[in-house]
Design a protein around this ligand. Structure first.
Ligand SMILES: NC(=O)c1ccc[n+]([C@@H]2O[C@H](COP(=O)([O-])OP(=O)(O)OC[C@H]3O[C@@H](n4cnc5c(N)ncnc54)[C@H](OP(=O)(O)O)[C@@H]3O)[C@@H](O)[C@H]2O)c1
Length: 243
């Protein structure tokens, strides 16, 4: 990998990824809505690691701009990591379509839109790695977050299909299903320490998975077993739980 594109580069997970990739002398294209936040990051990584860092404006919700956004990247990336996401306000989304649509777009529709463009390019070049940060929330719908969860479920299924399509073109797709990550997304929510990953842990797991061509990772291994149990609960019991 010479150049990696990070979509949603202002996220704390993305910043940890940028740091660790730059430390491996990998050039970066950092794409985000608030590009001004990335200028100090660019300066810091360039000075510390001597890599080339390009900062580009990108809004996952502006689907009409995605083909143009990608067309203007020069050089094209060897790998793309789709990090952006939005938890949103679940209770508000029950009664406010705009909030609901923002959740669905940031976690599913916008991701599909940009990854379609990237997948077609990688397929024609017969090389590349695509990483999608999904979530364990996509494994079973719960009353407290089924808008976010269903969007992540769709994203996980999309990545699975993309992996199945692109394997014959030597393009690898990694699905990342973290549990809790200590970032601003879950600020104010109490989570068990042992089940909460640091952004740096997520970043190093993602990079290892890209190199080892892993298909699906959970970051903290305990989540694989927790989700196995959750998936096994019969629906007639599950529907009565307050989750
Ligand atoms: N934190 C957790 O517990 C947890 C658990 C499982 C999975 N995840 C997933 O991990 C990924 C990283 O999240 P995080 O925890 O690092 O959260 P975060 O710090 O809140 O980052 C979310 C990022 O998504 C960006 N974003 C949202 N809507 C966007 C849009 N329309 N276009 C472009 N960028 C957009 C935000 O940009 P702005 O800075 O412009 O707002 C922000 O940089 C997300 O996909 C999230 O769903 C998180």
């Amino acid at each position: 990998m010479k150049t990696v594109l990070i979509l949603g580069a202002t996220s704390e997970v993305a910043l940890a990824l940028a740091d660790q990739l730059a430390a491996k002398s990998i050039n970066l294209i950092l794409a985000a809505r608030q590009v001004e936040k990335l200028n100090p990051v660019k300066a810091d990584l360039t000075i510390r690691f001597g890599v080339t860092v390009t900062v580009v404006a990108f809004d996952a919700a502006n689907m009409n701009s995605h083909a143009d956004f990608y067309q203007h990247l020069d050089p094209k990336p060897d790998a793309a990591i789709c990090v952006f996401g939005f938890l949103g306000d679940h209770d508000k989304a029950k009664v406010n379509w705009d909030e609901c649509a923002t959740i669905l777009t940031a976690n599913y529709v916008g991701a599909v839109s940009i990854l379609n463009v990237i997948a077609n390019d990688f397929e024609s070049r017969k090389a590349g790695v695509i990483v999608g940060i999904s979530s364990v929330a996509g494994e079973r719908g719960r009353q407290s977050n089924y808008f976010y969860g269903s969007a992540k479920a769709g994203f996980t299924a999309y990545l699975s299909g993309l992996r199945n399509r692109l394997v014959k073109s030597a393009v690898h797709v990694v699905t990342v299903k973290p549990g809790f990550i200590r970032t601003k997304m879950i600020e104010g929510i109490a989570t068990p320490g042992l089940l909460t990953a640091k952004p740096e842990q997520v970043a190093s797991s993602v990079i290892k998975a890209m190199v080892a061509k892993r298909n699906v990772i959970y970051v903290l291994p305990a989540w694989r077993w927790i989700m196995l149990v959750i998936r096994c609960i019969p629906e007639f019991i599950f529907k009565k739980l307050r989750l």
